[in-house]
Structure formats: structure tokens, C-alpha cells
Design a protein. Structure first.
Length: 554
């Protein structure tokens, strides 16, 4: 059997490695237009930030051997043709025409099965001056090498990032760690616009400002300007001119499907190659996997495009299984995406709040802040969780996390529960591990589920920070601060109409609270203010609501 794989970054090498274990006699060939294969592209921002000191570690095994053509030939009996680009697919004759990009010689490869793992390409916006020296994209191994060389050789002190998506945020963090002046320009209204909701984005934006990152939202780059030496020196934007001695454009990616489209394969509405549950394309002898292949969102049931290395590797295994006759389906995705930026662990799985509303759900959500370990344990840190659920059934639809604490553990737990259709009451009864180094006795994920279930049942009267912001624009509010005196002194609440009544005094002083305006109850994390709101409702102050996430989210 002859199997040809087009693309050698993630899904392609995984397909080859798995297929070799299943079929020792198969003739397997990988065609890769670049000069590297099986490269850890997700590690590039960390190499840029010098957290990973050696570039070659990004394409080496855990035992220090380079994953190059010789590695795949000698250890896996897989032929790898680097520097070669697939030009056309002849589906009738089952042949792929390729061209050697060095000597421009053409040749053909026969296949019984063809696997397209052509990946994605960086989106390059049509900005004047985008080809200037000092303006870079970050997509291929060569890109990060060029950026590193430019920064090291040129004495660059100020860098601008165009785009505040995942890559843009990781690059901004990496360069800030090098003590450079970092400016981030984002055309949208918030950072990570495709990942988190606006109320969670606020937490990240606040952290960026604390780290002295210049963040410009609703800011579209119009031109890159050169100095006398021909190199980029500034950016013209709708917000004015911004200095930048180097620029990294991180405007997203799109699936690379030209080869598939020219071969007459069906392209999905998402723009990726349409595949079925077995990752077969519209041609049963051609599979597609990785960043070029379509996916289905488990919650919405709709086609989505969420390019992730984790998905690509799982799909590569499924393709190999199916070629070998082990009929295997690739499950619908929930889109679990995580990153670490500016000392925050950030992630999301499932639907965002507006997405869920657009899918026709009657949505209820809650934001909960707490600790990843007991306060007395020296390594505890804060985690904020947003849960999104169906109001009628309590079924979990989405989760977002952010915090210096171990947020990703909670995201994985909640994402797994959601994968199996869990409702809030199911999550509240999860048997999660407890010991002071790892969690509180009531884990924050369980606390979040209990909070939203209470809210769904009408037992918790909380408002998100964005909801309070909107109310503040429309009507007068009373901000009831129930924190201790030392907390208030350390971080006073900068709002109008602030009434300070410590929690210990609330039961005897609640008559001081005005009844003619909404009352927003504040504390540090929202836990004490929830208790206080329950009491205030019991004495007839139905106009009281607590701020979800407390001051940490405000």
C-alpha cells in the first residue's frame, strides 16, 4: 500500500508514525515544502522570550534527537521529501505532481491513499509598508529565527504587535519579558476577541496595563512607516502614530486549501476542507487532518475552524487508524484553547455567552473568583471562572478561566464534564482531589457550579462587571463596600455613592442602605458579598445584588 502525506508539521508526521506501527509493509512518504518537519510551532513565542534557549529543541525528541528526514527514514522507515511542494492531484490516476523548490524539477508520486495535512497560512492584512525591514509575521520556524536575529542585532527597544489574539498575546508577553517597550494594537473592542467574553477580557487588559504594556483597542493599523535607513520606525493608526522599531503582525490564520480546491474536493463553509466523521474528504481515497480540515462543534453541531496542534495530532492518529482498517471516528470538538500570558493562565472551552445566545439557548452565566488552594497554603493564587449554561436544563455550554492560579486544571475538568453532557448539578458532585497544595476542600470549579445553580434557582442575585458598568451609565447606584478596614485602605473603591459597612456590622446597620436605588454589594472575591446579599433580601432590600468576581473582577 502506498500512502502519500502532504504536509509535515503536526498531523502529517503523526499519521505516518501511527500508520507505521499498524502497517509495517506500507510505503509511506511525507512531502513538505519547508525544510523542517515535526516542528513545535507552539513553542516559538517562548523561544522569542528566551524561555526556550535552544532553537533546535523545538524539533528534537525528549531524548535529544532531531526529528528530521533522517530520523523518520532510519527509525520509522518513512520517506520524507523536504523542500518539495505538491502542485496538483490527479484523482483519477491517483497521482500527485510535486516540484523540488531548489532545482525546479517535477516528479510524480503514486498513492493508494492521500492525506492532506497542508495546515494553515498566516493572514497578511493589506497594510502599506508591510514589506518593510523590521515587519514580521510569526508562522514558520524561519519567521521566529528572523525576528530573533533582528532583535538581537539591531538593539531594538520598542516593538508593536498587530493583533491581540492568542499568538499576539504570547508574543507581547515574550517581548515584555525582554524589557522592551511593547505596544499592542487590536482592531476589535477587547483582547482575545475570539477566545473570551468581554467581561473576562477585562482581567487580562488590567494585567497588561499593570505590566506597562501600551494597549490600543479599536485600533486599526493603516501604514508602516520607514526611517532614513529604510527600516520600520512607526505605525500610522486611527489612534495616531505609534513608535515601533520592529513589528510583529499576528492577524490570525486561515486554512491552506488551494491544492484541495483545485482537485475538486468539497470545501466546508468554515473555509477548511470538508471531512466526515472518519476524516475522509469527498474523495474516499483522500483524507484531511490538522489545520486544513473542518471540524464540528459538539455543543452547536455546526462546522467551525479552530486550528490547534492538539487537534491535529489526534486527527493524525484517526486517519492512520482508518487507512489501516480500524474504523475510527474523530469526535466533535469543544474548542478547548489555553495560553499563558502576563503571568495569567487563560483558557476557554465550549461556547461563549453571545455564541450560546445566537444558537438559541436561554443563557444564564456567572463569574466566580476564588483561590486554587487554601489561603493559608503559601503558594495559593487567584482563579476566576465564568460558567455559561442553559437556564432551563442547567446543561453546561461553556467555560472560561483566567488567573495566576492553576486555572487550566479546572478548565480541563469542566471541559471533560461538558463533553459528556454534564449539568451544573453533576459538576457540583464531582469527586475532585483535595489536599492543601492542590485545591480547597470545596474546589473552585465546584463552587462555580453551585453559584450558577443557585443563580438559576433564584437563590443568588449576582451581576457581572459588564452589567454593573452598563447600569452605572443609566441610573445612580449605591456601591456597598463590606470589606475590612485594612482591605479598603489598601485598595479603596474609586466610585461615586460608596457606602462602607463592614460585613460584621451589616446586620445592625442595614437601615443605612438607601432603598431608592440599586445596591451593588462589593467584597474582594464576591464570596462575602453573596452572603450579604442573601441577608439583605431577607430584610426586604430586594434592590441589592452582589458583584460577581468581587473587586478582583472590577
Amino acid at each position: 500500500m502506498k500512502v502519500v502525506i502532504i504536509g509535515g508539521t503536526a498531523a502529517g508526521p503523526k499519521t505516518a508514525a501511527r500508520l507505521r506501527r499498524l502497517m509495517q509493509n506500507a510505503e509511506i512518504t511525507i512531502v513538505e515544502q519547508g525544510d523542517m518537519i515535526s516542528f513545535g510551532a507552539c513553542g516559538m513565542p517562548f523561544y522569542l522570550g528566551r524561555l526556550i534557549p535552544q532553537f533546535d529543541s523545538l524539533y528534537s525528541t525528549s531524548y535529544g534527537v532531531a526529528r528530521d528526514s533522517q530520523f523518520f527514514q532510519s527509525r520509522k522507515d518513512v520517506r520524507v521529501m523536504t523542500g518539495c511542494r505538491a502542485v496538483t492531484i490527479n484523482r483519477d490516476q491517483k497521482r500527485v505532481q510535486i516540484v523540488n523548490q531548489i532545482n525546479q524539477e517535477y516528479s510524480e508520486l503514486e498513492y493508494d491513499y492521500l492525506v492532506l495535512t497542508t495546515g494553515a497560512e498566516a493572514v497578511i492584512p493589506p497594510i502599506k509598508g508591510i514589506d518593510l525591514p523590521g515587519v514580521f509575521k510569526l508562522h514558520k520556524p524561519q519567521d521566529v529565527q528572523r525576528i530573533q536575529e533582528y532583535l538581537n542585532a539591531g538593539g531594538v527597544k520598542s516593538v508593536a504587535i498587530i493583533g491581540a489574539g492568542v499568538i499576539g498575546m504570547e508574543v507581547a508577553d515574550a517581548l515584555a519579558a525582554r524589557r522592551m517597550k511593547v505596544t499592542v494594537c487590536e482592531a476589535g473592542q477587547q483582547v482575545l476577541p475570539k477566545l473570551v467574553d468581554a467581561d473576562m477580557a477585562r482581567l487580562i487588559e488590567r494585567q497588561m496595563k499593570q505590566r506597562k504594556i501600551e494597549l490600543y483597542l479599536n485600533c486599526r493599523a493603516e501604514a508602516f512607516n520607514a526611517g532614513s535607513d529604510g527600516k520600520v520606525t512607526s505605525i500610522s493608526t486611527g489612534s495616531g502614530e505609534l513608535d515601533a522599531e520592529a513589528v510583529v503582525v499576528a492577524a490570525g490564520v486561515r486554512p491552506r486549501v488551494e491544492l484541495a480546491r483545485a482537485a475538486g474536493l468539497t470545501i466546508a463553509d468554515s473555509g477548511a476542507i470538508k471531512v466526515d466523521a472518519y476524516l475522509q474528504t469527498s474523495d474516499p481515497c483522500i483524507f484531511a487532518a490538522g489545520d486544513c480540515a473542518s471540524q464540528v462543534n459538539q455543543i452547536s453541531g455546526r462546522e467551525v475552524y479552530i486550528p490547534l496542534a492538539s487537534t491535529a495530532n489526534k486527527q493524525g492518529r484517526v486517519v492512520a487508524n482508518n487507512i489501516a482498517g480500524l474504523k475510527t471516528e474523530f469526535s466533535a470538538v469543544t474548542g478547548t484553547t489555553v495560553l499563558q500570558s502576563f503571568d495569567l493562565n487563560i483558557g476557554r472551552t465550549g461556547l461563549g455567552e453571545q455564541e450560546a445566545i445566537m444558537q438559541g439557548y436561554e443563557v444564564i452565566s456567572a463569574i466566580v473568583a476564588g483561590h486554587d488552594a487554601p489561603h493559608y497554603y503559601p503558594l495559593h493564587a487567584t482563579v476566576t471562572i465564568k460558567l455559561i449554561a442553559d437556564r432551563n436544563s442547567g446543561k453546561l455550554l461553556g467555560t472560561q478561566v483566567c488567573g495566576a492560579g492553576e486555572a487550566i486544571k479546572r478548565l480541563d475538568v469542566l471541559g471533560t464534564a461538558m463533553k459528556f453532557g454534564a449539568c451544573l448539578k453533576d459538576i457540583a458532585n464531582l469527586d475532585m482531589g483535595y489536599a492543601p497544595p492542590f485545591a480547597e476542600a470545596m474546589d473552585i470549579a465546584i463552587h462555580a457550579a453551585n453559584t450558577l445553580e443557585n443563580k438559576r434557582a433564584g437563590l443568588a442575585h449576582g451581576l457581572s462587571p459588564l452589567a454593573v458598568e452598563q447600569m452605572k451609565k443609566e441610573i445612580p447606584l449605591c456601591f456597598l463596600d463590606i470589606r475590612e478596614a485594612d482591605e479598603i485602605q489598601a485598595k479603596p473603591l474609586q466610585e461615586q455613592n460608596v457606602l462602607v459597612i463592614p460585613a460584621a456590622e451589616l446586620r445592625r446597620r442595614y437601615n443605612e442602605i438607601p432603598e431608592d436605588m440599586p445596591v451593588i454589594v462589593f467584597c474582594g472575591l464576591g464570596i462575602r458579598s453573596y452572603d450579604a446579599t442573601c441577608f439583605l433580601h431577607s430584610v426586604g432590600l430586594d434592590n441589592a445584588a452582589y458583584l460577581e468576581g468581587g473587586l478582583s473582577g472590577w
